[in-house]
Design a protein around this ligand. Structure first.
Ligand code: HSE
Length: 438
C-alpha cells in the first residue's frame, strides 16, 4: 500500500464556514499531522468572488471561479462543498463522488431533501462522504450515532438543533426582547440561514431531524411526512405563562421508534425547567438520545457559527484522510446501515401523537364561557390538569386569555375539540396550542 503523505483538498465556498476551515487546518496543522501522519492541505478553492478580501490568509490556495478548477483536477482527494443552495451544490457533490473523489458537505437542505440521489451515489462511489457539519454544528452527533452507539437500538431522539430559533426564544425569555430584534441579532452573528424562514419556520430543524432519523432508525423517510411547525406564533404571554407553570418554550425536533412505528415532528414545546434540554440556551444545540443498552444520553455544544461548524467539517476531513491512508474504503456506511437494508418507512401523521397540551383561549369575559370550553374538551376525552385566568376584562367586548394545561390526549381529539370551541361566538382569536414535552 502506498502511503499518502499529502491529502489535497479542493474547497467550494470561501464564506463563513469555508474561512473557518481554512483557519483551522492552518492553525491546527501540527496536531492534525500528529494524529493522521498526513499533511491535509487546501490546494484549491472555487468562489464566485476570488478577488474579494477575506479575514483569513488564502496564501498557497489557488483560487478560481470555475468549478472545473477543482473537479477536473485528478490530484484533488477531498472536495469540500460549503456553498449551500441546491442545484449547483448537488452537481458538485454528485460529479466529485462519481469521479471517485471523497466529499464533505455541510449542506443539510441538499442532503435532506435530495437524499436519494446523493446517498445512492455516495454508496456506489469509491469516494467517501461526510456530512457531520450538516447537523448541530460542532457537536459530532452523526459520528456519535454511527459509531459510538453502533450497537444500540435507538428509540428516541429529542434535539434543539437550530441555533437561530433557540437564540430567539432565549432572548425573548431571558432578556424580554421581541422576536424581530432577536432574529436580527442572530443574523448579524452569522447563525441564520440565507433564508431565515428556514430557521424560524422549523424547516432547518426538520432537515437535521430527518438525517438523524435515517441514521439512528436505519430507514429512509420522506421529508414531506415530517410535521413541521416553527416559532413565529410564540408570543411573550405564552413564554410568561409557561414560566409560571415551571416550563420554558423550546423548538424541538422529536423522533420516536416504537417497535418499527415511527414518529417524527418539529414544533415548539413546553419543556420542564427540571429537564436538561431546558438549560440549552442561546445558539447552543443539544441532542438527547435513548438507546436500549446505553440508556439516556445528551450531547451539547455550539450549533452554528464559523469555528464550531468548521470543526465538524475538519473532523470529516480527518476521518476520510485516515481511511484514504489506510486504503480501507468506506469503513462506516454513509447512513450507518448497508444500502440494501434501507427501506422506505412511513412517519405517523401528527394526528396520532399522544402528548399533553398548553391551550390558550382568547375569550370575552362572560358567565358560562369556561363551562362551555371544558364541556367540549370533556366530550372529546380531554382531561384538564391546570387552568389560569388572571385578568378581568374592563369592558364586555374586551377579550382575555384563559390558559388550560391538559393531561395526555390524542392530537386528533384535541384538534376536533378546538375546531368546535373556536366556532363559539365568545372565542375572539384562534386558540393557541403548544405541545408539552413529556
Ligand atoms: N441556521 C442554522 C442554525 C445554522 O441556526 O442552527 C447551523 O446549521
Amino acid at each position: 500500500m502506498n502511503e499518502i503523505k499529502q491529502i489535497n483538498i479542493g474547497l467550494f465556498g470561501v464564506g463563513v464556514v469555508g474561512q473557518g476551515v481554512i483557519e483551522q487546518l492552518a492553525q491546527n496543522a501540527v496536531i492534525i499531522s500528529k494524529r493522521t501522519g498526513l499533511n491535509l492541505k487546501i490546494t484549491k478553492a472555487v468562489t464566485k468572488t476570488p478577488l474579494k478580501e477575506r479575514a483569513v490568509s488564502l496564501e498557497g490556495i489557488s483560487l478560481s471561479d470555475d468549478p472545473e478548477h477543482i473537479l477536473n483536477d485528478p490530484e484533488i482527494d477531498i472536495v469540500l462543498e460549503l456553498i449551500g443552495g441546491i442545484e449547483e451544490a448537488e452537481a458538485i457533490v454528485i460529479r466529485a463522488l462519481k469521479d471517485g473523489k471523497s466529499v464533505v458537505s455541510a449542506n443539510k437542505a441538499l442532503i435532506a431533501e435530495n437524499a436519494d440521489n446523493i446517498f445512492k451515489t455516495a454508496y456506489e462511489s469509491r469516494g467517501l462522504f461526510g456530512f457531520e457539519a450538516a447537523v448541530a454544528g460542532g457537536i459530532p452527533i452523526i459520528r456519535d450515532i454511527k459509531e459510538g452507539f453502533s450497537g444500540d437500538d435507538i428509540t428516541e431522539i429529542s434535539g434543539i438543533i437550530n441555533g437561530t430559533a433557540n437564540y430567539i426564544l432565549t432572548q425573548m425569555t431571558k432578556a424580554g426582547k421581541d422576536f424581530g430584534t432577536a432574529l436580527k441579532e442572530a443574523q448579524e452573528a452569522g447563525f441564520a440561514e440565507a433564508d431565515p424562514t428556514f430557521d424560524i419556520e422549523g424547516v432547518d430543524t426538520a432537515h437535521k431531524l430527518l438525517l438523524l432519523m435515517k441514521i439512528a432508525f436505519n430507514g429512509l423517510f420522506e421529508f414531506k411526512e415530517l410535521y413541521t411547525e416553527g416559532i413565529t406564533k410564540i408570543e411573550s404571554i405564552d413564554i410568561a405563562v409557561a414560566e409560571e407553570f415551571g416550563f420554558v418554550i423550546k423548538l424541538l425536533g422529536k423522533a420516536v421508534n416504537v417497535d418499527g412505528k415511527f414518529q417524527g415532528r418539529v414544533h415548539p414545546c413546553l419543556v420542564s425547567k427540571e429537564s436538561l434540554l431546558s438549560g440549552v440556551n442561546g445558539a447552543f444545540n443539544a441532542v438527547a438520545l435513548k438507546g436500549n443498552f446505553v440508556g439516556e444520553t445528551l450531547t451539547y455544544g455550539a450549533g452554528a457559527g464559523s469555528h464550531p461548524t468548521a470543526s465538524a467539517v475538519v473532523s470529516d476531513v480527518v476521518a476520510i484522510a485516515r481511511q484514504l491512508k489506510a486504503g480501507t474504503g468506506n469503513l462506516v456506511p454513509p447512513l450507518s446501515a448497508e444500502w440494501g437494508s434501507l427501506k422506505m418507512q412511513k412517519i405517523q401523521p401528527i394526528s396520532e401523537t399522544v402528548t399533553a397540551y398548553y391551550l390558550r383561549f382568547t375569550v370575552t369575559d362572560e358567565v358560562g364561557v369556561l363551562a362551555k370550553i371544558t364541556k367540549i374538551l370533556g366530550d372529546h376525552g380531554i382531561s384538564i390538569e391546570a387552568m389560569q385566568q388572571k385578568d378581568r376584562s374592563k369592558s364586555k367586548s374586551e377579550a382575555v386569555p384563559v390558559v388550560i394545561f391538559t393531561h395526555q390526549a390524542k392530537e386528533e381529539n384535541v384538534a376536533q375539540a378546538l375546531s368546535e370551541i373556536d366556532a363559539l361566538t365568545f372565542i375572539k382569536e384562534p386558540t393557541k396550542l403548544i405541545r408539552i414535552d413529556l
